[in-house]
Design a protein around this ligand. Structure first.
Ligand SMILES: C[S@@+](CC[C@H](N)C(=O)[O-])C[C@H]1O[C@@H](n2cnc3c(N)ncnc32)[C@H](O)[C@@H]1O
Length: 272
């Protein structure tokens, strides 16, 4: 569950047949060897891209966006999405942002800046102690299981003088199907009538690609996208970018860099 660069590989399962303990050990050792080889190949490929491509330094007149654009150049599995996360969040002019899953703080870095520009408060939740990820005095960190926190959320907000409705919800935690289903069940009732929910890791692959063509080593897992399929009662092809409109939710999906899916709840104006 840790972030997120090429050194974190999840899903190191045992042998897929009923094997003896010795065979299990040999299988795991082979898997670990293959992962090392994959990571080495990925580093060589990234170095080759850096040598052969001239990349411009992108400049914005917004210092906050510039900081994010610089951070996005670090090759992680979320880097490609940081400017999008900024634009999508800022454009809603949120009052309350809730981030589930902090770890090394890539998304927190973005939300800190969105909060500063929009006067919002950002509450970040992680089961591990991530309290040192941000020095921003307006930032609120809660160390808790997110499902437990959801149950206490309205009372906790009132105690802390915060709005009780969430404008931006960002979900990037265990990526397990059952847990994501429960996150949806627990947190969606806490959303404001006009809100965005953003999921990372909706296209998790053993090897994933970034926009610059570089590759990363990840985890083959459909947990998050399968939870969205369950919620919307339809199947999605997460390997391609897509836009959909289901039950009043505008869904935009970006396949690269482990997948990034933005749900916007649309308040349709009635014709009557
Ligand atoms: C992939 S990392 C988050 C990365 C972060 N969003 C970023 O952009 O750097 C996942 C995090 O979710 C946390 N986590 C996993 N299960 C959780 C749970 N049930 N409740 C709260 N946090 C959880 C882990 O401790 C880990 O720090």
């Amino acid at each position: 569950m840790s972030r997120k660069n090429d050194s974190s590989i999840k899903g190191n399962a045992g042998a897929p047949w009923s094997a003896t303990p010795t065979e299990q050990r040999a299988y795991r050792s082979l898997q670990s060897r293959l992962s090392q080889i994959a990571r080495f190949c990925v580093r060589v490929q990234s170095a080759f891209i850096d040598l052969t491509r001239f990349s411009h330094l992108i400049q914005s007149s917004s210092p906050e966006l510039n900081e994010i654009l610089c951070r996005a150049r670090i090759r992680t599995d979320i880097g490609d999405h940081l400017p999008t996360l900024f634009a999508e969040s800022l454009s809603l002019q949120p009052r309350l942002i809730v981030e589930l899953g902090v770890c090394s703080g890539e998304s927190t870095f973005v939300f800190e800046r969105v909060a500063r520009l929009s006067g919002a408060r950002c509450v970040s939740v992680d089961i591990e102690d991530s309290s040192r990820v941000s020095q921003d005095r307006q930032w609120l960190f809660v160390q808790s299981d997110d499902l437990k926190f959801a149950k206490e959320f309205p009372a906790w907000c009132r105690q802390n003088g915060l709005p009780t409705e969430i404008d931006i919800l960002f979900i990037d935690t265990s990526h397990f199907f059952e847990h994501t289903v429960q996150e949806i069940e627990h947190f969606f009732p806490l959303l404001a009538p006009v809100a965005k929910v953003i999921f990372h890791d909706t296209n998790q692959r053993r090897i994933y690609f970034r926009k610059d063509g570089s590759m990363g080593v990840g985890w083959n897992n459909r947990g998050v996208i399968a939870a969205l399929e369950r919620y919307f009662n339809k199947s999605f092809n997460e390997k391609e970018d897509f836009i959909d409109l289901v039950d009043g939710w505008l869904i935009r999906h970006y396949a690269k860099c482990s997948g990034f899916t933005i749900l916007t709840r649309i308040a349709f104006k009635s014709n009557g």
